[in-house]
Structure formats: C-alpha cells, structure tokens
Design a protein around this ligand. Structure first.
Ligand code: ARG
Ligand code: ZN
Length: 878
C-alpha cells in the first residue's frame, strides 16, 4: 500500500512511558512490554492499533486485566479501551526469534551478539507499539541473559542496576533520561570490550565515552574515539550544542544494513565505520570513520532532540546532519585548500549518484510525497541533496546567520517531532532581512520539486560600453508525477576573470536567481572576461555554459575558487570524452593542450597533492554516461580507458617524478596533507603500471610489486595492489594471493579484496567469470551485507564497463542476485535492484536486455515491498 504525506494524522493515543523486559535467547526471546498510554484528546475516540511484525503474541492486559483484542493484518487492535482520557496501563507479552532474523531489522544476532536496528520501522519487530516518530516515550529497559555468553548488556541512557540471577543468568537495568521515538531504541548484548574515555565538557559536565567492539579489535578503536571527541568539541564550538548524556556509547557490528545508527546514547555502527589501524584501513576509511562518527553524534541534536513528525520529513534530520558532518570534516581539514578538497569529493558523490537518481525512475523530492517502503527513501536525494538544500540556506543567511537560525530552531522545537517547514521557517525567522526570508515559500520548492535544475548561462561583452552582461536561465526537467516545475531560488556564486587570469575587482558576488531568467550587468569591464560560475558549487544544479578551451584553461590555471579550477579540468576532459564518443573513433582522445595543462597541474609548485590527484582523475564512466542522451556503456568504457592510457603514457615521466616526490610520507598519520600525498603517489603508480602495458616497461610494475610487499600502511599497500590489478599486470595474481593470505582474518580487508576484483577494469569480459568464481570462495557469503556489497555491488553498481555486456550475462547475474538476496534481506536486495535505474538511457542491445532482466525480477510473485517498489517504478511508463 502507498503511504501519502498528505494523509498524515496525529496519533489517536500517546505512549508516555515504556518498561521493557527482555529475556534474551537467540531462538526465542521473550519481551514484556508495559506501557502507560493516554488518548490524544485532540483526535476523535477510536480503537488503538499497534504495529507488530513477525511476533508471537502471548498475552494482552489492560490495567492488569485480560481484554479482548483482534489482529488486522500486522496490527493488534484494541477496541474496548477506557473511554475517559485518563492514562491506562497496557501490558503485552510477545516472543520473537532473533537468530532467524536475516533482514537485520528489529532484534537480531550477529556473531553471537544481540543487536537491534529500529529505524525506520524495526521496533515493531520487537514488540507491538505505535511505531511512528511522533510518539515519544520514556524508556526503562531490563535485559536478562546468560552471563557467560552475554556478559555485556547495553541499552539507551544510564545503567541504574545490575546483578546476578539464577541459572547462570544476569541482568542490567537502563533508564533513558530523554523521551524518544521508538526508532531510537537500542539494545546490545554479547561478548564485547570497550575503549573508554572520560571527558569534561566546556560547561564542566563529565561524560563517559565508550567504543565497544569484539575482543581483539580494541587496538582498532583509537581513531573512532578521537573522532568522537572531536565531534563533541566541534558541536559545542560551532553550534553551542553540548552532549546531554552522562554516557555515550558506540558499538560496532559486522552485520549491518547501512552505515550506522544514532540510537540515543547507544550508536550502533557497521564495523567498516569504526575499526581502523594503519595496517588494515586506508586513508579513505579513516576519513569515512571521522565523518560517520560525527554524523551519528550530530544526530543527537538534529534527529534525536528534535525529531521528524513523520518519515516524509526524513531529510529534516538526514539532510541537516549530512550538512553538519560535511562542515565538521571541512573544519577539521583546516586550510582553505583542504576544505576545497572535501567539497569537491562531496560534489562528486552528489553528481555521480544523486543527479542520476533525480533523472531516473526513483526520482523524488527531498521531502517525498509518497512511498511504499520507507527504507527505499534513505537515498542520496534525502541525504546529499538534502544537505545541499541546507547549505543553500546557510549561503542565503551567512554562516553566523545560519547559526542563529539553528539556535532558534532548538529554542522553538527542542523535544518535538517537526517538519522540514519548521526548520526552514526557523532559519528564515532568525534572519528576517535575508534573501531566504524574502523568498522562503519559493525557496521551499527545493523540498517539494524533484529533478536537477539546469542553469544555462550566456555572456555578452560590449567592448564599446565596457559592459558585460550575463544571462542566466533556469529550467528543470520533468520527473515521475511532476511534469511542470516552477522556478527555484538558486544562489549562484560567481566572479569574472580577465583572459590573463586576473580577477576583475568587485566582480565576485552571489546572484540569487528566482525568476526563469536573470540578467547580471557588470560595468567597467576592460576586455572580454571569462566567467567563473557556480563557485564552490553554490547550488545543486547543472550549469550549462559553452566554455571554449581557452576559457577553461584560464580557469584551471588561475581561478581563485579551487572548486572551479577542478571543475574546469573536468570540463576539459569531458569535452574530449564526449567528442570522441560521438566520433565513433577511440584512438587518441586527448590533445596536446589538455595533456600540457594536466602536466602543469601535476608539476605545479604550490598546489596540494590531494587537489592534484582530484584534477588528474578523469570524470567517471557514470558521470560521462549521464551527459549522453543514449548510452553505449562499452563505448564510454573504451573511450575513458583510452584517455587513461594516453594520460598515463604521455605523462609517464611526470608520473615517475610525482611518485618519487610524494611516495614517502613518513610515519603513518591520516591527516589531510599526508593522505593527499599518498593519494597522488597511488595515482602515479596506477598510471605508471598502465603505461608499462604499452611500453613493455618492467621497472615500474616491479617497483609497484615491491611497494605492495613493503608498504607500512594499508593505503600504500592497497594502492600498489590496485595498480597491478587495474593494469592487468601478470604480477596481480600473485599479489592478490599474498594479500588474501596476509589478511584472511580481517573481514574488512577481505571486503576490499573482493571489491577490487569485482571492480577491475574489464578486458574482454573477464570480470563476470571472476565474480562468479569468487561467489564460490569459502570467504564469500551473501548473508553478510558488507561482503555481499563488496562483491556483487562492486560489480553491478560500480563497474559499468564490466556489467553492461552485449551478451546480457551481467544483467542475468544481477537479476539472480536480486532475487536471491530478496529472500534473505529485502533492504539490501532493493539497493541492488537500483543498479538498473537508468536502463531507459541505454543503447541497444543493452536497453532491451536490461528491461527483460527487470521484468524477470518483477515477475516473481512473492517479492518484498522493497524490491517491488523499485522494479515497478523502473518499468513504469512515463
Ligand atoms: N539514521 C541512520 C543514519 O543516517 C540511517 C539508518 C537507516 N536505516 C534503515 N534501515 N533505513 O545515520
Ligand atoms: Zn543520518
């Protein structure tokens, strides 16, 4: 059934408090749920309908007495409740089977430890409840379990009591001092150890911080703990938001559907975003840990203290919290150039993942209007585009103004469940003379209209009048259910450069578009300028401007905005990719002008290594494909590979220089400067191995192999391994074997091993057979989401050149895996199902074959709602 935003109705009952008692047992866990409820006097008297899923119901008591009840579908319906509005007690006793829970929603067992995941609607798999975020209750939780098997018993809030019970069992009682919606409930029980840290906040309050992991992983928790402490300090400093708990716990599990979960005081994390040592984790892992730890911590205010009224408002907490974690990482990065690197990385994610989503069958507004399965809407649109929408609010009110807006938001809504409207209203009200306040109703179209707006720019230079006129025109393509779009409010940061690269004084400004067309006039412009548009990617739009090579080369070499310097390089590469794809030829896509420009960046005496690495990385196949009306994925792959080969070969001396200059980064530290050096050295090795294919050079592959063996950290080791694998060198086989032998007991490293092979550059269709072979590897299992993602998603979603095969075998493989996974874990299956979102853009024979594969999935009668929603949207006629 379709759930619609416009159908929102306040709950007929409130739950004031909950007392939960768990007798934990993997096969049969008993849950006693004692609630105190009250009718909501603002809603007409009606039956109480509680959500429940896969529960065995044993007993229902109202005020201690037996009562009549019935079940309607998954709901428990109580009709004969006291009619007065006084509070009453409801006691429900159920059992569930955590060890059989392969969906990893609700209460489940991972490697002998109990975990919960309740967002969005997992609490109903634990007990009958009003499973909706606007019902907030006080929780008291008692956990009882075998003491040997489950020595650690955790839940939200404060530990108030613990002790032994008969029969080798013990118990722990937890009280959460904060009211919360049930999606923030959590429990953990098992054999765990913790890194602990006591801190004193600015306001003098003391806190205990704990990072719980399996015994043996303690030495990999330092970075997560440091990241947590940095997060606490940052939120106090930037937004004056303190930690409101005595105890803040993070627990890692290797079986987790998503990245992490912000349960109040008891965050549960995918091990991928907790565990790090220099031997096992790359710089990217370190950066991800910092940002995910920050993200979950920041939810404590944006999500937990102020939560969502309903799940359509998901971006209220997710878009805002992604914005906060991005700002956190940028502030920690320090210098302007390191901030820019983070910004470029974030924009790259937005443009390669969110723009396609916004142009495909799953396109939805940041605040969706309807859904079948809410889990399908934890998307890059809700998260990353949502973050951009918050970022624009900051741009339109200034950094200080936005902070004031946040303060007003908490002043008004602390302890409430609210909407995206409430958020934008608070930011605007705190800044009454801002452009946001002036244009608020129109600005909010970012929440209601799907699709990526396009801004087309045209410049006209009048030499006689020394006047430059810039005309900016906005439009937005139709999306499912939204044929026509109204104009957006689009802040366009820009400036003008003279052809020699000097910025025209006074030309820099932020133009706020609100009409379909806007003209900006610059006076006193001495010669035809080069416009630097959408600096810092000031809005999530596609900017169209017919740049000449000369203009792009000027921007690449001189723009004061590092984002647009990078963007100019990407545009130069893209122009060449698109021209070559259109020409039908594949040879020599790159000309001397481009190669010289790249050499100049690579050899530049002042630019940061991290920035150079970004500029010298070509736009991805996915990004290139998005620019085309009709996509032949094999052509895109062949042309991009030819570009890479040429860049490798023609700059080989420069790459060798770059490697020698950057490969030594001293003792391992994951900071921005040394990780940037490692990234550039890694790219240089990849290029040198690629060039060696052409030249027959044996020195660099040999050096790479040696580097692989000697590396003192995972970043260098993995980059060397990837260079051998991606260039298809004969040494890759041996290196892969050694790598496996070295890390056979490190699950997260094995994930990298699988992912690297599944993501390898395809040569004559060799990747799919390798993937199929790897499915039979003893270390492979479909049941562990990280492992399934590392092999299957790396192939289907991240390796277009290998996946889109003319013989359709990639699609057949995909449909089999979607169906197989769906029986186990619908949430993971539905993510995989999205791999063919853009099938309508494909050229034949791919298009027809992809459609058939989707139809084959759709033909299965007992599909989950999750997968059903994705495939029926994919097949819908627009
Ligand atoms: N709120 C979590 C986060 O972004 C994500 C949890 C999503 N889980 C799910 N089953 N949909 O940090
Ligand atoms: Zn989140």
């Amino acid at each position: 059934t379709v759930i619609r935003r416009e159908d929102y109705a306040a709950p007929a009952y409130w739950i004031d408090s909950v007392e939960l008692t768990f007798d934990l047992d993997p096969a049969k866990t008993r849950v006693l749920n004692k609630m105190r409820l009250r009718r909501n006097p603002e809603v007409a008297a009606q039956a109480l309908k509680l959500d429940g899923e896969e529960l065995n119901l044993a007993r229902v008591l109202v005020n201690g007495q037996g009562t009549s009840f019935k079940t309607e579908g998954d709901q428990l319906v109580l009709e004969n409740l006291p009619t007065v509005t006084d509070a009453f007690d409801l006691e429900i006793f159920t059992t569930c089977a955590p060890e059989k829970n392969s969906k990893l929603m609700g209460l489940y067992v991972s490697q002998g430890t109990f975990f919960t995941q309740c967002e969005a609607e997992g609490f109903r798999r634990i007990t009958y409840f009003l499973d909706r975020p606007d019902v907030m209750a006080s929780y008291t939780v008692t956990l009882r379990a075998d003491k040997k098997k489950y020595p650690v018993l955790l839940s939200n809030g404060n530990l108030v009591e613990q002790g032994d019970l008969d029969g080798g069992r013990h118990y722990a009682k937890w009280v959460d001092p904060h009211k919360k919606p049930c999606y923030l409930f959590a429990l953990v029980a098992g054999q765990l150890v913790a890194r602990e840290q006591r801190i004193k906040a600015r306001n003098g309050r003391e806190h205990l911080l704990q990072v719980y992991v399996r015994p043996g992983d303690l030495d990999k928790t330092e970075h997560a703990m440091n990241s947590l402490m940095a997060s606490i300090a940052w939120d106090e400093a930037r937004f004056k938001l303190p930690l409101d708990l005595d105890r803040f716990m993070i627990v890692a599990t290797s079986d987790f559907n998503m990245g992490a979960m912000e349960n109040k005081g008891l965050n549960v994390f995918n091990t991928k975003f907790v565990l790090a040592s220099q031997a096992t984790a790359t710089d990217v892992d370190y950066a991800n840990i910092e940002s995910v730890v920050g993200h979950e911590y920041f939810h404590n205010w944006t999500g937990n203290r102020v939560t969502c009224r309903d799940w359509f408002q998901l971006s209220l907490k997710e878009g805002l919290t992604v914005f906060r974690d991005q700002e956190f990482s940028m502030d920690l990065a320090g210098e302007a150039s390191a901030r820019a690197v983070k910004r470029i990385e974030d924009v790259r994610v937005l443009r390669t993942a969110q723009f396609p989503e916004d142009a495909g069958p799953m396109a939805h507004p940041v605040r969706p209007d309807s859904y079948i399965e809410i889990n399908n809407f934890y998307t890059v649109t809700v998260y990353e585009k949502g973050s951009e929408v918050v970022r624009m609010q900051q741009t339109l009110t200034s950094r200080e103004g936005f902070a004031k807006g946040m303060a007003l938001y908490f002043q008004r809504h602390d302890g409430q469940a609210v909407t995206c409207d409430d958020f934008a209203q608070a930011i605007a009200d705190a800044n009454p003379s801002s452009e946001l306040a002036r244009l608020l109703p129109q600005f909010k179209r970012w929440y209601s209209q799907a699709g990526t707006p396009q801004v087309a720019a045209r410049g006209h230079y009048d030499a006689a009048a020394q006047r430059y006129t810039l005309t900016l025109t906005q439009s937005c393509p139709p999306t499912p259910g939204q044929a026509e779009k109204l104009p957006f409010v689009i802040p366009v940061a820009l400036g003008l450069l003279y052809a020699d690269g000097l910025e025209i004084p006074g030309s820099a400004r932020t133009v706020v578009l609100s009409d379909a067309q806007t003209e900006v006039v610059f006076e006193g412009v001495a010669s035809e300028p080069v416009p630097s548009l959408l600096r810092g990617f000031s809005a999530p739009v596609v900017l169209r401007y017919d740049y000449s090579d000369a203009e792009l080369l000027t921007l690449l070499a001189h723009d004061s905005d590092p984002f647009n310097r990078w963007e100019a390089g990407q545009r130069l590469a893209l122009k060449r990719a698109l021209a070559t794809i259109a020409s039908g030829a594949t040879e020599q896509p790159l000309d001397a002008a481009y190669l010289d420009a790249m050499r100049a960046v690579l050899r530049h005496p002042q630019l940061d290594a991290a920035f150079k690495e970004l500029v010298l990385t070509l736009p991805s196949e996915t990004y290139i494909a998005e620019q085309l009306e009709v996509v032949d994925p094999q052509r895109v792959h062949a042309v991009r590979e030819a570009m890479r080969g040429q860049l490798a070969l023609e700059l080989r001396e420069d790459w060798a220089w770059a490697y020698e200059q950057h490969h030594d980064t001293g003792a391992y530290r994951p900071d921005a400067v040394s990780s940037g050096r490692r990234a550039l050295a890694g790219l240089a090795l990849a290029m040198l191995c690629l060039a060696a294919r052409e030249t027959g050079d044996v020195v660099w592959p040999g050096k790479t192999y040696q580097r692989f063996k000697d590396a003192g950290n995972m970043t260098d080791r993995f980059n060397a391994l990837a260079a051998l694998v991606q260039s298809g060198h004969a040494l890759a086989r041996d290196a892969l074997q050694r790598f496996h032998a070295l890390f056979k007991n490190e699950a997260l490293v094995l994930d990298k091993w699988f992912a690297l092979q599944a993501g390898a550059s395809d040569r004559g269709g060799d990747v799919l057979p390798a993937v199929k072979q790897l499915m039979k590897h003893p270390d492979f299992t479909l049941k562990n989401p990280n492992r399934a993602r590392s092999l299957i998603f790396s192939y289907c979603s991240a390796n277009p050149g290998a996946f889109h095969r003319a013989d359709a075998a990639g699609y057949v493989y995909w449909s089999e895996r979607v169906l197989e996974l769906d029986a186990l874990n619908p949430q993971v299956a539905a993510r995989l199902a999205r791999a063919l979102d853009r099938w309508k853009k494909l050229a034949e024979p791919y298009r027809h074959a992809a459609r058939e594969a989707i139809a084959r999935v759709a033909a299965k009668p007992d599909l989950s709602n999750d997968v059903r929603e994705v495939v029926s949207r994919a097949l819908a006629e627009e």
